[in-house]
Write a protein that binds this ligand. Structure first.
Ligand code: AMP
Length: 181
């Protein structure tokens, strides 16, 4: 039976997310989505959930943030009939890149996108598994801005609301998370 919007069991998806304390470092409660990804019904519902969020928005490209944003983003792009664009950690993309450096708790990080990844004015949806402090997603928005893309929507599977990451994101862009903790 095909999934309809009403059949998507957000509570079941939330219950399947596994919490791993102190990974990748002490003090971080890691939200592990691999139990969701390995369940054929839940994986189908997650992708369909994003599809229903975006299906009427004329999305040309889904940009996924390394690495779990690739898994969700590629499946979503296929379902939307859109293309997929990877946003990667520094040094991973082979072509000419645009890059953006952003602050971490200690130090900085840099992410990159291919300079020719999208044509100016293209309608893009950005996706990642989880919004924490918002640094990674905000940097990704900057990269899409450099390419003059039209960022239509930002989608997350999980939002850690207590970290207020949403405040880092462009206020005018439709931003949505399926599950809140
Ligand atoms: P941030 O830039 O702080 O919003 O962090 C977001 C990125 O780090 C996403 O790509 C997430 O996959 C990852 N991340 C941050 N915190 C967690 C967490 N508690 N559990 C799983 N992934 C996380």
């Amino acid at each position: 039976m095909p999934t309809t919007q009403e059949h998507i069991a957000v509570d079941k998806i939330k219950a399947a997310i596994r919490e791993i304390p102190d990974f990748p470092k002490p003090g971080i409660l890691f939200k592990d989505i691999t139990p969701v990804l390995k369940d054929p019904v839940l994986l189908n519902q997650v992708v369909d959930y994003f599809y229903y969020q975006l299906k009427d928005k004329k999305i040309q490209y889904v940009a996924g943030i390394e690495s779990r944003g690739f898994i969700l983003g590629a499946a979503l792009a296929y379902k939307l009939g859109a293309g997929f664009i990877p946003i990667r950690k520094k040094g991973k993309l082979p072509g000419l890149v645009e890059q953006h450096e952003y602050d971490l708790e200690y130090g900085t990080d840099t992410i990159e996108i291919h300079a020719d990844a999208v044509e100016a004015g293209s309608r893009v949806a950005l996706i990642d598994d989880l919004l924490a402090t918002g640094g990674t997603a905000a940097a990704s928005c900057k990269l899409l801005e450099k390419l003059k893309a039209e960022l239509v929507s930002i989608q997350f599977l999980i939002e850690l609301e207590f970290l207020h990451g949403r405040e880092q994101l462009p206020t005018l862009v439709h931003t949505h998370a399926m599950i809140q903790f």
